[in-house]
Design a protein around this ligand. Structure first.
Ligand SMILES: *Cc1c(COP(=O)(O)O)cnc(C)c1O
Length: 223
């Protein structure tokens, strides 16, 4: 097996205390997760509902699961009973569905709003303007079973580290704007989820509170 424990230790040693690690375990088998668990890691991230269901059902109950991928509204009901955080919310429709399914389970589900800051053209994530619009519109305030805890972002896939830094800084500045404008009285709005295997060092310099690292812990994914 890949040296999961060694990699995990090395990464935790370099992360500042206040930055939390979400170990991204998608496409990796349970034994890899168990190895990280034995080292004390409790927060794991998955991006497919079916895979998460199997892992959630067979691994220790005190694991904290983050859903990190694009989530279709028709899949929300499957993860609502147990998911701890949904990181990539990029529409009011998805927020409303999470609220509805969370209410059915008698839960409040923590979510992050996903920003689109990278240069790649993807259909996921809110542009800064779209995010402002969603928050301005205000109906998210009527969703008592979701709690917006911060922002999530992915930088461009590039070797240009200065560009990555510009993008993360843009996200960090935007966090301050949104915090001040909409969440000044909401202490739980405090998360900045950015940084993956290749850029988490930059992300930490750009005020990330939560890094999502897969490959650097578990090795290449086998699809
Ligand atoms: C897969 C994934 C990661 C982890 O990527 P690595 O490069 O393996 O660290 C982080 N965030 C999201 C949203 C992902 O889908």
């Amino acid at each position: 097996m890949y040296d999961v424990k060694g990699n995990l230790k090395r990464i935790l040693d370099t992360l500042p205390q206040e930055v939390r690690l979400v170990a991204i375990s998608k496409y990796h088998p349970n034994e890899y997760i168990e190895a990280a668990y034995e080292e004390g890691q409790r927060v794991f991230g998955e991006s497919h509902e079916q895979e998460l269901k199997l892992k959630h059902g067979s691994l220790p109950a005190d694991i904290v699961w983050h859903f990190i991928g694009h989530l279709q509204t028709n899949k929300v009901k499957y993860i609502a009973p147990y998911i701890n955080m949904i990181e990539a919310v990029d529409s009011l429709k998805l927020l409303q569905e999470i609220n509805k399914q969370a209410a059915k389970c008698g839960r409040v589900i923590d979510v992050l709003l996903e920003l689109h800051i990278a240069q790649e053209a993807t259909k996921y994530g809110l542009t800064l303007d779209a995010c402002r619009q969603l928050l301005d519109e205000g109906s998210w305030r009527q969703l008592p079973n979701v709690r917006i805890c911060g922002l999530m972002a992915m930088a461009s896939l590039t070797d240009d580290r200065e560009q990555i830094r510009r993008e993360f800084n843009m996200a960090a500045d935007f966090f301050d704007e949104v915090k001040q404008q909409y969440f000044a009285d909401a202490p739980w709005f405090c998360e900045r989820s950015w940084g993956m295997s290749d850029d988490y060092d930059i992300a930490v310099e750009c005020r990330s509170t939560m890094v999502r690292i897969g490959t650097a812990i578990f090795g290449p994914r086998v699809y």
